[in-house]
Write a protein that binds this ligand. Structure first.
Ligand code: PXP
Length: 236
């Protein structure tokens, strides 16, 4: 059974639409925990379009489950993580114009910068995971960087209109390769109540990070119920 990290960024997106104080992602995290969230995930973006520094600081004090911070490989952001100390940092690529994280981190290309970034985070006692595309060379490179975990980008599978089965096979092959490399397997991006099951059932799946679909359902049924329903699905 995979654990569930609930990404609450889009609660902050609604707040920032009016630059006001509600809805508060801190409330969302508490409600998600009541629904059975195993982790709370937030992405502190360089442009601060949703989660703010204050959110990270308050959530660090209030979240009772694992706090997973998605972060770009930028020294200023890494300094913030080392000061606030989330339980886990997931390093992601970040492009200012993108609507959401578009692809995995190119671990092959950025390997030398990653060595320093990962070292700094690990010295602070933070568990590091790398958000990567399901490609053998990315997995190989991640394994050589002495991180314990990777998060597989499930976007191609989630967005596939006709060839979802093929994309699932790509994820399945990557999952096997990740186990062989001795890494913990996490996954996320674009997962919904309709498409999550086959990903949750991939062998050895440890943690799924899901945001938009849960927040979208929470608008109608409430956050606690939306999380409970997702937990039921991935526990099957
Ligand atoms: N995992 C990572 C690394 C992400 O960047 C995101 C999006 O912020 C998610 C998971 C969640 O994606 P979604 O909102 O599509 O569920």
């Amino acid at each position: 059974m995979a654990t569930l990290g609930v990404n609450i960024d889009h609660v902050a997106t609604i707040r920032e639409a009016r630059r006001t104080i509600e809805p508060d992602p801190v409330w969302a995290a508490a409600a998600a925990e009541l629904g059975g969230a195993d982790a709370i995930t937030i992405h502190l973006r360089e442009d601060r379009r949703h989660i703010q520094d204050r959110d990270l600081e308050v959530l660090r004090k209030t979240v009772q489950v694992k706090l997973n911070l998605e972060l770009a490989m930028n020294p200023l952001m890494v300094d913030i993580a080392c000061r606030v100390l989330p339980d886990q940092v997931t390093l992601v690529p970040e492009n200012r114009e993108e609507v959401t994280t578009e692809g995995g981190l190119d671990v092959v290309r950025h390997k030398s910068d990653l060595v320093a970034t990962i070292g700094k985070l690990q010295d602070a006692g933070i568990v590091v995971s790398l958000f990567i595309d399901p490609e053998p060379e990315q997995i190989e490179s991640a394994a050589s960087l002495s991180v314990p975990a990777v998060e597989l980008h499930t976007g191609a599978y989630a967005n596939a209109e006709k060839n979802a089965d093929e994309e699932l096979q790509v994820l399945a092959r990557a999952a096997t390769f990740i186990h062989q490399a001795g890494l913990i397997l996490n996954a996320g991006h674009g997962l919904t109540y309709r498409n999550v099951n086959p990903v949750a059932e991939l062998e050895g799946m440890e943690e799924l990070n899901i945001g938009h679909s849960i927040v979208a359902r929470a608008v109608f049924v409430g956050m606690t119920e939306a999380v409970r329903e997702m937990k039921e699905l991935i526990g099957r």
